[in-house]
Design a binder for this molecule. Structure first.
Ligand code: G6Q
Length: 546
């Protein structure tokens, strides 16, 4: 048994789980009318209601004991002060410095990183203002109307999600596109709609060595040069964001259009850095800074709120409660806002890449589950698709519901419909429908006898299915910043309890190496290396049929 699973706090939770398991949340709400007040936290305009969870006051006490036992508070400080907590890569994880609005110095390797952070923010402001006002024009003197981000993973999902979420703040005359897939279709279908004279490409790559991104960048460059008939055009139509300034120079990017970030920013934590350049271009630097401000507000809360009033801590611990004690394997994220339609995809990387680890910090194989599968879609659409399994399937799927009170598109006929659905779903998931209730409904519909008995079991809903609800005034940059930072810290809390490193990603690196080996074999430019029979069979099949 590991130190964690044999610990007093873990064992106490195990025993407590046996007591809670048979209790229905219906009963919990009946017994305690103050449950909503007890199990909700307000931070600014964000309300976190976690009362529809299979918990009582004792559960929270035991979960926060577990967090304390893991040394969570001191680990939080270690992250904020720039210790090399990403020890497998010998790096700090200082994404919080990127949105540090306090004026406090933050050190990495003995150097205050804040002057560099501020300097790059100013550069982003200067460049984005110039593009948005039309001062920066293309090679032929025309105003930029389209920006295309060429990046993948952490250099794509964050800025893409934010640009979609903050669309109401964008300029109508400036469109943002994101090309990530190395399948030429992605680039080609995007370019079909664009005019080279008015297009600005941003090559976003921390390492500037990623095959997908550099392949797309080279093809985009060839397209531009062909369309504009001049190599010189590249200087006005390409910008780059990277930690590898040597490689951006080698690619031929005008140094004035290069925006730097640093190795202490993890890819999936990088939207707050220059990787957010497409965001600043799309919604303007002031709004980008409001996003940073929202992240900072959540950072301050995370750093200072007591554990049992701390939103990311509670969120992380509830995830552990279901994952490690109820055996839940996945977590749904269901926003009731169309602008958040890429939110789950973004969180999928954040959570699964960070906590998809099987050895602890000492290199021992863990004897408990770590990261859950994260998935989701806008809630209202999900209701007509996969919600069935959440309501009546055999698995418990804890779900996070997100909803703004106000829409940016207030058609009177649509008003309150998304919220009504959101509230109704969490209520139904919690309450369920008993056999007696289902029977009464069928009787009222005129059913009886054998027909009624045959249908009855299918109409029963067990309920007792846990959900969190996040309500906010509207999806503005500040609120979005809070929500993103909240999930970043949730991931961190879980990693501390599980004693794993959430900031490395050797599985991603493996993918990068493997494709590099097989590509020359497919192209016939390399020596065939030994493979298993399946892989060799597939390679042979390709050669025979291509
Ligand atoms: C993120 C991961 C990964 C990375 C991409 C792109 O945390 O490391 O998703 O962001 O592989 O890498 P580059 O930005 O270096 O191109």
């Amino acid at each position: 048994m590991s130190k964690l699973t044999s610990s007093h706090a873990w064992q106490a939770l195990k025993a407590h789980h046996i007591a809670i398991e048979p209790v229905h949340m219906r009963q919990m709400f009946r017994d305690d009318p103050a449950r909503f007040d007890k199990f909700s936290v307000q931070l600014g305009s964000l309300l976190f209601d976690y009362s529809k969870n299979r918990i009582n006051a004792e559960t929270i006490k035991l979960l926060t004991n577990l967090a304390r036992q893991s040394g969570l508070q001191s680990q939080i400080e270690r992250m904020f002060v720039g210790e090399k907590i990403n020890f497998t890569e010998q790096r700090a994880a200082l994404h919080t410095a990127l949105r540090n609005r306090s004026g406090r110095a933050v050190y990495s390797n003995g150097k205050d990183v804040m002057p560099d952070v501020q300097r790059v923010l100013e550069l982003i402001r200067g460049f984005s203002d110039k593009v948005r006002t039309g001062e920066h024009v293309g090679h032929t003197g025309k105003r930029i109307t389209d920006i295309v981000n060429l990046g993948i993973g952490g250099s794509d999902l964050g800025p893409l999600m934010v640009c979609e979420a903050l669309k109401p703040y964008s300029l109508p005359a400036l469109h943002a596109h994101f090309v990530s897939n190395v399948d030429g279709t992605h680039l080609s279908e995007t370019l079909k709609r664009l005019d080279a004279e008015t297009t600005l490409f941003i090559i976003s790559s921390k390492t500037f060595t990623t095959q997908e991104t550099l392949t797309n960048a080279r093809s985009a460059r060839a397209w531009l040069v062909e369309k504009l008939g001049n190599e010189q055009a590249v200087a006005k139509h390409f910008a780059a964001v990277s930690t590898n300034l040597e490689a951006t120079a080698k690619f031929g990017i005008n140094p004035q259009n290069v925006f730097e970030f640093w190795d202490w920013v993890g890819g999936r934590y990088s939207l707050w850095s220059a990787i957010g350049l497409p965001i600043a271009l799309f919604v303007g630097m002031d709004k980008f800074e409001e996003l940073l401000g929202g992240g900072y507000a959540m950072d301050e809360h995370f750093r200072s709120a007591p554990l049992d009033k701390n939103i990311p801590v509670l969120l992380g611990l509830l995830g552990i409660w279901y994952n490690n004690f109820f055996g839940a394997a996945s977590n749904a994220v269901l926003p009731y806002d169309q602008y958040m339609h890429r939110f789950a995809a973004y969180l999928q990387q954040l959570e699964m890449e960070s906590n998809g680890k099987r050895v602890d910090r000492d290199g021992n194989t863990v004897d408990y589950n770590t990261g859950m599968v994260v998935w989701g879609e806008p809630g209202t659409n999900g209701q007509h698709a996969f919600f069935q399994l959440i309501h009546q399937g055999t698995r418990m799927i804890p779900a996070d519901f997100h909803a703004p009170l106000h829409s940016y598109n207030p058609f009177e006929e649509h008003r309150a419909i998304p919220l009504a659905n959101c509230f109704a779903q969490t209520e139904a998931l919690m309450v369920g429908k008993t056999e007696e209730e289902a029977r009464a409904e069928l009787v009222a519909q005129g059913l009886q006898g054998e027909a009624l008995e045959a249908l009855l079991p299918h109409k029963v809903f067990p309920g007792n299915r846990p959900t969190n609800t996040f309500l906010f005034e509207r999806l503005d940059p500040h609120t979005l910043g809070m929500l993103i930072a909240m999930y970043e810290h949730k991931v961190f809390v879980q990693s501390v309890v599980w004693n794993i490193n959430p900031f490395d990603q050797w599985g991603v690196e493996l993918g990068k190496q493997l494709a590099g080996k097989i590509l020359p074999e497919l192209r016939g430019t390399g020596i065939a290396s030994p493979h298993d029979a399946s892989t060799s069979g597939l390679i042979d099949y390709y050669h025979k049929h291509y």
